[in-house]
Write a protein that binds this ligand. Structure first.
Ligand code: ADP
Length: 434
């Protein structure tokens, strides 16, 4: 303000002095001429400064303001201060936005911001993966043009979607189940949260199937048991004791089946919930193999020729109880799925890179190729009737798979229908004791 006043006073003073000098030198004409010259000079100076200001305003942001003295210097200085302030505010806003984006990128869920016309303003990589979109291409496009499922459009249109998620399957990402949630916020914008729930849904289906399977598996022997016990009770007084004993014998066999099933279920559940076995517990391989061989000979009751070959390392590290159960399951299957007189070979040997291999080979019924990938699923059987007849629960190989996984070992299956099968458990070197 002071600078403007000073410049104004200087201009008036100089004009007056020029007029006086002109009048003294050349009278009235000289005074008029110099007055006109001084006014023109000041006018042109203002014009020049305005042009410099306009030129600066057209330059890119951050260009320093022009330098000048007097009132214009003060104006440029004030503009310079404001520009500096604006730049600092802009930088702060940019860094806050970048921080927000980094935070949104780190979210495990997908996030999409839609403007008032449902055009995509921004999305994170998780949202790109879930919806099958590409930020570089699809930003700016209306999401309703990209995801055209009617239930999605209906969900966005409904005003009461706050808090209620939508289960969505989109053609842009086939085979995946998504859970989408919309939340409106400032200026008609919408925040879309999306999560891939395919795995969760699979687990829920598996759980439902499992409960249905267990109920079914228990129901059959329970019905048979109940039937025989009720019949035995009805005919107790007018039936010979041998016949009653037969009824009770059948009921007892069915009860044993249920007991075996429950034992296997408990084994599976403890394998799933316990932490993996430690690396420090040594197991004597020869002792373990002898135990398994004895068990399987008892099961065979002399109907098969069972041989044991041991040229493997002397020990394993892990849980003896779990490994005995897994090896016995493999050997037991060889007995159950081989005809009378069939040969069964249990072998323990070294494997590549310091590992070890336990194999059970039989010359039994074999398994066709299409069943092999599913054999370790719970309750999966190639021939349900045959498995039941043989006293199987359908859980043996599921138990084997869990035990081996807990020991970082792999299950290998080779089989030919009508020729026989070879099931091998291959252990890594850190589980082997030489
Ligand atoms: P199960 O109690 O029915 O034997 P498992 O989980 O042990 O259940 O095995 C699953 C299925 O794999 C069996 O029902 C059977 O069809 C097949 N299987 C397993 N081992 C053998 C084998 N050595 N020879 C032929 N089939 C086998």
């Amino acid at each position: 303000m002071k600078a403007v006043l000073a410049e104004f006073l200087v201009a008036v003073l100089l004009t007056m002095l020029a007029t006086l000098a002109g009048w003294l030198a050349a009278g009235e004409r000289g005074a008029t001429l110099l007055l006109f010259g001084a006014v023109t000079f000041f006018f042109l100076r203002q014009l020049w400064m305005v042009l410099r200001l306009l030129h600066w305003a057209a330059c890119p942001l951050g260009t320093p303001t022009p330098s000048a003295s007097g009132a214009w210097g003060a104006v440029f200085e004030a503009l310079h201060r404001r520009a500096r302030l604006a730049r600092a505010e802009r930088e702060q806003a940019t860094s806050e936005l970048a921080r927000f984006r980094r935070a949104a990128e780190a979210l495990p869920d997908g996030v999409v911001i839609l403007d008032g016309h449902r055009a995509i303003e921004w999305m994170n990589v998780q949202a790109e993966a879930c919806f099958g979109l590409k930020a570089s291409v699809d930003t700016g496009s209306r999401i309703t043009h990209l995801l055209r499922e009617p239930e999605f459009l209906e969900y966005l249109d409904s005003s009461d979607h706050r808090g209620v998620p939508l289960e969505l399957q989109t053609q842009r990402n086939p085979g995946r189940s998504l859970q989408v949630q919309a939340a409106p916020f400032a200026a008609g914008r919408t925040l879309l949260l999306v999560r891939d729930v395919t795995q969760l849904q699979k687990l829920a289906t598996m759980r439902r199937d499992f409960v249905a399977n267990v109920s079914h598996e228990l129901k059959t022997p329970l019905t048979v048991t109940l039937g025989f016990v009720e019949t035995a009770l009805e005919v107790l007084h007018d039936t010979p004791p041998q016949e009653i004993a037969q009824y009770l014998q059948t009921a007892a066999e069915q009860a044993q089946r249920m007991q075996q099933l429950i034992d296997d279920l408990l084994t599976l559940s403890s394998l799933e919930t316990d932490s993996p076995p430690p690396l420090e517990d040594p197991i004597d391989a020869a002792e373990l193999l002898a135990d398994v061989c004895r068990e399987v000979q008892a099961l065979s009751a002399g109907r098969h020729r069972i041989t044991l070959e041991n040229d493997g390392p002397c020990g394993l590290l892990g849980s003896g109880r779990e490994l005995r159960s897994a090896f016995a399951n493999l050997a037991g299957n060889a007995v159950r799925y081989s005809p009378q007189g069939g040969e069964i070979l249990l072998s323990w040997s070294g494997a590549g890179e310091g590992g070890a291999r336990f194999s059970v080979s039989d010359h039994g019924i074999g398994i066709s190729r299409e069943h092999l990938p599913r054999l370790t699923e719970r309750f999966y059987r190639v021939d349900r009737g045959r498995s039941r007849e043989a006293g199987g629960t359908g859980l043996g190989l599921a138990i084997v798979k869990h035990v081996l996984e807990r020991h970082q070992a792999a299950l290998q299956i080779e089989s030919e229908p009508g020729q026989g099968s070879r099931f091998s458990a291959v252990f890594p070197s850190h589980r082997v004791q030489s």
